[in-house]
Design a binder for this molecule. Structure first.
Ligand code: HPA
Length: 277
């Protein structure tokens, strides 16, 4: 089963057959929105709006742990996050899609793990994750492949088949926000190897991995990053670009969900092997 987390400008799943809308509580708080259960050609998917109904959660307040936990409770094994980003790499233009393959974290102390050792929440359940939390284990997951290679490969194939403009790799840099970056910050991120910048890609990706789920991020370049743009950045520009791309994003998700094979061939499922102290 797949979960989709929609970012700025993607608040609903237009074009899907909606089966149900559910509100779930989790030991980690309430998810940022109701969860929409939808289907496409008999394949079920779950959708959460990252910023909530009415866009009320700024990036640093998104309940990332609750969102991922709720999807897990629903049986989701794969998560696709959709995010607007600023383009740093000069060949990335507004409207382009980027299937990022690595991550830089510039956030400032967000809650980014379920595994708090002796301070972990003693959740119920008999699966390995629940047991590790209850046993208060310390867990260091590998982050050398934050984004699922199987999902990334299929995203690239789908973008290609739909003839959408895309880049098959790129480094996602996550800043704390909610303000946009300064030009000096962007120069620093560029030196560090960042290709795109956003405010929500961390800790969403690593939390999904901690729960043994596959995670991929579909980034949409909404604007040139600060200092590269040469003009003042606005939220309006980001939302407008995402709205303009909404039909393409939905077509892509439909095609992606339809063609995603049931079997996970990536190894994301085995992330906890050797990770527990
Ligand atoms: N910076 C950070 N987050 C963003 C940007 C940006 O330029 N554009 C869209 N999300």
């Amino acid at each position: 089963m797949i979960g989709i987390i929609g970012g700025s400008g993607l608040y609903e799943l237009e074009g899907f057959e909606i089966l149900q809308r559910v509100r779930l509580g989790t030991p980690f708080g309430e998810p940022s929105s109701q969860i929409v259960v939808a289907q496409v050609e008999g394949k079920k998917l779950f959708f959460i709006s990252r910023h909530g109904e009415g866009h009320v959660y700024p990036p640093h307040k998104v309940p990332y742990k609750a969102n991922l936990w709720a999807l897990r409770e629903l049986g989701v094994k794969r998560v696709l996050g959709v995010s607007a980003v600023g383009g740093i790499n000069r060949s990335f233009k507004p409207g382009d899609f980027v299937v990022v393959d690595d991550l830089l974290d510039f956030t400032k102390g967000r809650e980014d793990t379920y595994y708090e050792g002796k301070f972990s929440l003693p959740v119920s359940g008999e699966d390995p994750v629940a047991r590790l939390l209850r046993e208060g284990k310390v867990v260091h997951i590998d982050a050398s492949q934050v984004y699922c290679p199987q999902m990334r490969g299929l995203l690239v194939d789908t973008l290609k088949s739909l003839k959408l403009p895309y880049h098959a790799s790129g480094v996602y840099a996550c800043t704390e926000g909610p303000r946009f970056e300064t030009p000096a910050e962007i120069r620093r991120i560029e030196k560090a190897g960042g290709d795109v910048v956003g405010m929500t890609g961390y800790p969403e990706s690593v939390l999904a991995r901690e729960l043994t789920m596959c995670y991929a991020s579909l980034c949409v370049v909404a604007n040139p990053a600060a200092g590269i743009a040469g003009y003042r950045l606005t939220s309006q520009e980001v939302i407008d670009l995402m709205k303009a791309r909404e039909r393409d994003i939905v077509s892509l998700i439909i095609q992606f969900v339809k063609t995603l094979p049931e079997e996970r061939t990536c190894g994301c499922e085995r992330i906890l092997e050797g990770a527990v102290v």
